[in-house]
Design a protein around this ligand. Structure first.
Ligand code: NAD
Length: 321
């Protein structure tokens, strides 16, 4: 079993790589090679058969050494995130649309119909559609990033219908608590208001305690992506994309969970400060999501946000914090 992780230098890509090394098998076969490919040189992962490749997926020629006829499973996680794609329209099109199409074309060129697991986003939903949102709700993105993710889904379903790839796409909830530094995602504060205080630093919250959103821990996300790769093709049906399970929570519930796990000190490091540009994007996102298809396939959400906090403390809290 030969696996390529495109975006293997990112937060989810690195955790997925480590989880696959620890697991050692996928789709009933031993994993013999994992290639982490990313436009930024991926941090190496311990494991005899892990290769790191610097590769810009917006240039098709750079994919030829990453996706080869013996590639069995491709996890397509590379993207520029929402705020970045909104600020730089052309970069978003080049990476999130053309780059994704390049990966699908490289997979098709193998002639072996590899499994492709695509990370979409709930940013494909928005605007004037009724709640609750189900797998069948009209994709109505209100940002360029959401449009690019929706296009990636449509392409994946069509490439699967044609037998070029065996695709499965998952609309990821907002990942929290995301380790590392704040990124260009409009949702970045949804991790930093927990992560920075746990690291002993101040954080700014641009929305109120009642702001509701849909969350999943990085750990559960990786488990779900692996399950998504394992699903038998005939369990998927013609529409290959679905909502990944998450939890709908208010900012207040998240902060209360942090206090429950780590005491009252971290919450005191949160400053409440309105940021209209962020608010405009995140308020266009929808949150009452019913992920029936993925739940039926065995994917799952976290049990409560205190789990998300514990996972961060156990796996990602910097030693000095
Ligand atoms: N983290 C979230 O809350 C969230 C929510 C919904 C969807 N997603 C999607 O899940 C995926 C993984 O998210 P993440 O949190 O690990 O993001 P991340 O930003 O940590 O990782 C994405 C990686 O893609 C790489 N990349 C960017 N352009 C590239 C290119 N041209 N060629 C190759 N690599 C390139 C980046 O260098 C980065 O390492 C992304 O597709 C993202 O859109 C994430």
């Amino acid at each position: 079993m030969n696996i390529a992780i495109i975006g293997g230098g990112g937060v989810i890509g690195q955790k997925l790589g480590r989880a696959l090394v620890a697991r050692g098998h996928l789709r009933g076969r031993d994993i013999t090679r994992i290639t982490l490919a990313d436009v930024t040189a991926p941090t190496p992962i311990a494991g005899a058969d892990v290769a790191c490749v610097t590769c810009d997926m917006s240039d098709p020629s750079q994919l030829s050494s990453v996706i080869t006829p013996d590639t069995d499973v491709i996890f397509l996680l590379a993207a520029i995130v929402s705020g970045h794609a909104e600020r730089e329209f052309d970069t978003g099109i080049r990476v999130n649309l053309q780059g994704v199409l390049n990966v699908y074309e490289a997979a098709r060129a193998t002639g072996t119909c590899p499994v492709v697991v695509y990370s979409s986003s709930m940013a494909v939903y928005g605007g004037d559609v009724p709640d609750p949102i189900t797998d069948l709700t009209y994709l109505n993105p209100q940002t360029s990033y959401g449009m690019q993710k929706a296009a990636g889904e449509l392409l994946l379903t069509d490439f699967s219908r044609k037998g070029f790839v065996d695709g499965r796409g998952f609309r990821l909830p907002t990942i929290s608590v995301r380790p590392g530094k704040a990124n260009g995602a409009a949702s970045s504060f949804m991790s930093s208001i927990i992560r920075e205080p746990l690291n002993g630093q101040e954080a700014i919250c641009p929305v109120g305690r009642d702001f509701l959103h849909y969350y999943l821990s990085p750990k559960r996300c990786v488990e779900n992506l692996i399950l998504g790769a394992e699903v038998e093709t005939n369990a998927l049906g013609p529409d290959r994309c679905m909502i990944m399970p998450g939890q709908m929570l208010s900012i207040g519930q998240m902060i209360d969970a942090m206090t429950e796990v780590c005491g009252p000190a971290p919450a005191k490091l949160i400053r409440w400060e309105s940021q209209p540009e962020v608010e405009k994007i995140v308020k266009g996102w929808r949150f009452d999501l019913h992920p029936a298809r993925a739940l039926a396939l065995g994917l799952r959400a976290d049990d409560g946000f205190s789990d998300n906090v514990r996972f961060y403390v156990d796996e990602d809290l910097p030693p000095a914090a």
